[in-house]
Design a protein around this ligand. Structure first.
Ligand SMILES: Cc1cc2nc3c(=O)[nH]c(=O)nc-3n(C[C@H](O)[C@H](O)[C@H](O)COP(=O)(O)O)c2cc1C
Length: 414
């Protein structure tokens, strides 16, 4: 019987344990978590979502305070179009976050950054360009392009000296999305180094509509494999979403996947960025508490725990401090929903906004508990302690369980 460790993820001459820990913004997949994956010979992700906030937290910087100071006059204004990111500060924050992580890297593995196109930051092209260039400058091993179609992203870094040496990958949820990407980026003469195929059971935003339950990962992977074979394209495929045990992973590896990308199991690792009380909520979750809804202003369905404090919360938009979801016109669907409620409920102090959420503030405060479909199984991966809480795990324990387990067995911690 095979184990994950019987396979290797190959990038040229480099051989890795075929386990990729997926990006989880905002700083849920911390540098510490990614560093563990790299130390153990796999691939870890940091995320550049809300990088100014993350750099402030990690390094005691003041990027958010500075931005708020600059735009404080606009806080009560419904028009957020003038609230722009200072690109130099964005570069500095990204270089701090990525650079310090890369300096700390040990072991044979790699560290990639998850870069979401949907963080349009009131200047989509310029901010994405700056984020990717700064990450490459700071020595990141690779960039995983996520949440968006990224049809123009390769072109934005074509002029970077590391364009052909850094690993560049994309996340897709359908063959169609992959075909579109390949067609649109053909001009750069550069194929992605890997393609993460994310199915409907993943955490975070989904690349499906509300009919997500009609799809399944293995079918999509097979479809993409057939296409690549027919086109004679040799691109490593990395299935993601619902791979909960080493045996789940082996099933994909045996069918030709290059690696698997996993995340949910690591949300209860000590190195994960979620506060411990939130991690206990993940352990406690039952299957019927895990929902996919449309409250994210990105327009993509998102999976989360139904007891997330963010759901129905009506806080004032905080774009002067954050503003990562402002589109190129300075709009965000949460602002529209919030303003509608303000108008309908004059004088009411604590509003409730049911249809959308202020994703920036809620993610920053760890009040939106996004999670994978299998979160309800996390309680079976650890021990219950005498005080009724669940024991957190080390990332190494989870990683090695994926790497060496057989027969769908999950090793409990010491
Ligand atoms: C808490 C959480 C946050 C996530 N955030 C992101 C994100 O910011 N960007 C992204 O591309 N994927 C995100 N994902 C998706 C993961 O990177 C990964 O592809 C997927 O969840 C793997 O499936 P699994 O969770 O069933 O193992 C997130 C997943 C989780 C569980």
């Amino acid at each position: 019987m095979k184990r994950v460790d019987d396979f290797r993820l190959r990038f040229g001459k480099k051989e890795l344990v075929p386990i990729v820990i997926g990006g989880m913004g905002v700083d849920i997949s911390t540098a510490e978590l990614a560093l563990e994956a790299a130390r153990l010979g796999g691939v870890g992700h940091i995320s550049d979502a809300m990088v100014n906030t993350v750099a402030d937290r990690r390094f005691n910087a003041k990027f958010v305070k500075d931005k708020l100071k600059q735009y404080k006059f606009n806080v009560a204004n419904t028009d957020k179009s003038m609230v722009k990111f200072d690109l130099d500060q964005l570069v500095e924050a990204t270089k701090m976050h990525v650079g310090r992580t890369m300096e700390a890297k040990r072991g044979d593995g790699l560290i990639f950054v998850n870069c979401m196109e949907k963080l349009t930051m009131n200047a989509p092209r310029e901010t994405l360009r700056v984020r990717m260039h700064a990450a490459l400058d700071a020595g990141i091993d690779g960039i995983t392009l996520a949440a968006g179609l990224h049809l123009g992203s390769f072109a934005l870094i074509e002029d970077h000296p590391r364009f052909r040496d850094a690993k560049l990958g994309i996340i897709v949820s359908s063959l169609r999305a992959l075909q579109l990407f390949l067609r649109k980026t053909a001009r750069t003469n550069r194929l992605p180094d890997y393609v993460v195929v994310e199915g409907p059971l993943a955490g975070g935003h989904l690349g499906f509509g509300m009919d997500w339950a009609d799809y399944d990962l293995s079918t999509i992977v097979t479809e993409i494999q057939r296409f690549l074979l027919a086109e004679k394209l040799d691109i490593p495929l990395i299935p993601a979403g619902g791979v909960f045990t080493g045996s789940d992973a082996v099933a994909f590896l045996e069918k030709g996947a290059a690696a698997v990308q996993v995340a949910t199991r690591f949300t209860v690792a000590r190195e994960c960025g979620l506060p411990e009380d939130v991690q206990q909520k993940y352990f406690l979750a039952s299957e019927d508490q895990i929902e996919v809804n449309q409250i994210s202003p990105t327009g993509y369905p998102m999976r989360m725990l139904s007891n997330s404090p963010a759901i129905g919360d009506g806080i004032r938009p905080n774009c002067e401090a954050y503003g990562y979801l402002l589109d190129s016109n300075g709009c965000c669907s949460y602002i529209t929903a919030y303003n509608r409620e303000v108008e309908a409920n004059p004088g009411v102090k604590r509003l409730s906004v049911k249809d959308k959420t202020c994703l920036c503030t809620q993610m920053r405060n760890f009040d939106l508990w996004t999670c994978g479909h299998n979160t309800y199984r996390l309680k079976d991966t650890t021990r219950k302690l005498d005080d009724g809480s669940y024991q957190l795990l080390s990332a190494e324990h989870i990683f090695r369980d994926y790497q060496f387990s057989t027969d769908n067995v999950i090793a409990l911690p010491e």
